[in-house]
Structures are given as C-alpha cells and as structure tokens.
Design a protein around this ligand. Structure first.
Ligand code: ZN
Length: 172
C-alpha cells in the first residue's frame, strides 16, 4: 500500500466528472487500499479517487471513532437512489480544502446503491454523519467541492487563501 499525494483546491482536476468503473478487479482494489491508507494518514474520514488524481467513481470512507477498530467502507459506482426531504446543516471539511470548515445544508438521509470491495451490489441506508459524508464524497465524482455549496463571496475568499498558501509552500 502507498500514501498518495492529495490534490488541493484550486486545481482543475477537482472539477472533472469521474467515469464509471467497468470492473472491480485487483487493480481497483489496490487503488482502494492506497486511497484508504492515504485517508488514514491525512487523517480524514472520506476520500474520492479524483482527490488523488484518478477520475474513477470510487470512494472510501471510515467513520469509526478513535477507540473503535477501523471500519473501512468502499463504494464503487455509487448512485443516490433516494434522499429525505428533511435537510440539515453539518459542518464539513475536505482534505482537498485543508483547514477550512463550513456548514453545508444537505438531505439528512440518503439511500445509496453501490458495488463493494468485491464487486458485489450493495445498498446503504445512510443518516447522520454517514449521509453527510457519502453525499460530500459523491459530489467529488461530479467535480463539486463543498465550498461550491457556499456563497460566492465565501468560496472566493477560501480559494484566495488556498492559492496564497500554495504559493507560500511552493516558495518555501
Ligand atoms: Zn472532500
């Protein structure tokens, strides 16, 4: 397994719409293993393949608490089948938008169909943090970041600060 570099905004690759996976094979499982290792190292609770530069519809997540054993989740070709009318705000962050946390309003429950690590068809009925996280990650597959849900003013302020931080680290 390997820790992969995570792409941070602003970057045109994060705007790309990811392509469906045709087959869950060993190469794809290797990608998912690497993505999980990258996510745990960051540390984070979710990661989409495009965040490591791979435009495939693949997501990994782990919402277990520190004192629990790891509970890695793998989603290949996830599709939202249903969302609740009830919406609520949650504070979100993103490994591609480091150090910024903002409230985003999303449906509180969602049903997702997907293929698992072995390519088997699964359905997830998600609520709470799980629902927030999977919807956030699925946005990545469409080239959408959580800051795209904020006001233009707020988004531009964050992107300006991220650009500045990138320049500083590049010249360091
Ligand atoms: Zn994210």
């Amino acid at each position: 397994m390997a820790v992969l570099p995570i792409i941070t905004a602003p970057d045109p690759r994060l705007k790309v719409r990811s392509e469906p996976v045709s087959k869950v094979d060993d190469d794809l499982r290797k990608l998912m293993d690497d993505m999980l290792e990258t996510m745990y190292a960051a540390p984070g609770i979710g990661l989409a393949a495009i965040q490591v530069g791979v435009p495939k519809r693949v997501i990994v997540m782990d919402l277990s608490h520190d004192e629990q054993p790891p509970q890695p989740l793998h989603f290949v070709n996830p599709e939202i089948k249903w969302t609740s009318d009830d919406k609520g705000p949650y504070e979100e962050g993103c490994l591609s938008v480091p150090e910024f946390y903002e409230e985003v309003e999303r449906p509180l429950k969602a049903r997702i169909d997907y293929l698992d690590y072995n390519g088997a068809q699964q359905t997830l009925d998600a609520e709470g943090m799980t629902a927030v996280c999977i919807q956030h990650e699925m946005d990545h597959l469409e080239g959408i970041l959580f800051i795209d849900h904020l006001s233009r003013l707020k988004r531009q302020m964050i992107l300006k600060k991220l650009t500045k931080a990138k320049k500083l680290s590049a010249s360091a």
